[in-house]
Design a binder for this molecule. Sequence first.
Ligand SMILES: NC(=O)c1ccc[n+]([C@@H]2O[C@H](COP(=O)([O-])OP(=O)(O)OC[C@H]3O[C@@H](n4cnc5c(N)ncnc54)[C@H](O)[C@@H]3O)[C@@H](O)[C@H]2O)c1
Length: 243
Amino acid sequence: MKGLENKRVIITGAASGIGRATAQRFYEEGSTLVLVDMPSLDETELASMFPERMTYIQGNVTKSEDLAKIQAEMDKGFDVIINNAGITRDATIAKMTDEQWDQVIAVNLTAVWKLSQMAAVKLKEQGKGGSILNAASVVAHYGNFGQSNYVATKAGVIGMTKTLAKELGKAQIRVNAVAPGFIGTPMVRAMPEKVITMMEEKCPMKRIGEPEEIAAAYAFLASDDAKFISGTCLNVDGALVIG
Ligand SMILES: NC(=O)c1ccc[n+]([C@@H]2O[C@H](COP(=O)([O-])OP(=O)(O)OC[C@H]3O[C@@H](n4cnc5c(N)ncnc54)[C@H](O)[C@@H]3O)[C@@H](O)[C@H]2O)c1
């Protein structure tokens, strides 16, 4: 896609699922990668997947010392950040603990806000525009049993995306979200067959999506082909949510 070969792209949560597929897609497009994921990770696998044009930050997006490492990479210059890292800690409202609430808010919402703020300041300073992409979810549109924390963050991300698009438009900084439907990441693929069948049945296209199909949406929105698209939330869900 247009222009991606010239872009330095930061991707959080890049070691698994959608983040990994997104890193792969941008790498194939010729982008230079800055990948961020949790300290527990064995980074040799990523190093072999991306033998060049890749910097890896072992870091937790909720920790200020790790945000400082990301800031240091931003300061070297960048064009795109994809706030993909996300977690679930499901429980119905009566059973959800404060800890479950706080953990999900910290990763899925506060860290997205903080990284967007850091990115906005640096991109403005660079003066050549840029792109901020945020991971939402279709559940932000219709709610999901047992996920009051997660859904609140994803709806919050969509609102934040629209607001930042307005605030940063003048600087040619585009801000968009992607709302995946059911996607066959390792976590989803490990679910019981009957749950996967239920997901497939719910989807008008009668299948779950592939991580690569979300990666393609991020690649398009980050590319120069999308240079007048900002403030949108792109559903990539096989028509699960329409309207
Ligand atoms: N898979 C789906 O069906 C689906 C649907 C809608 C939205 N999403 C969203 O897409 C994003 C990616 O989902 P996925 O299914 O690929 O998840 P995943 O669990 O496979 O990958 C998430 C990655 O984020 C990393 N991560 C988690 N907390 C982190 C932290 N504090 N700091 C740094 N890295 C951290 C994890 O280590 C992991 O590598 C998430 O924001 C998720 O909410 C996924």
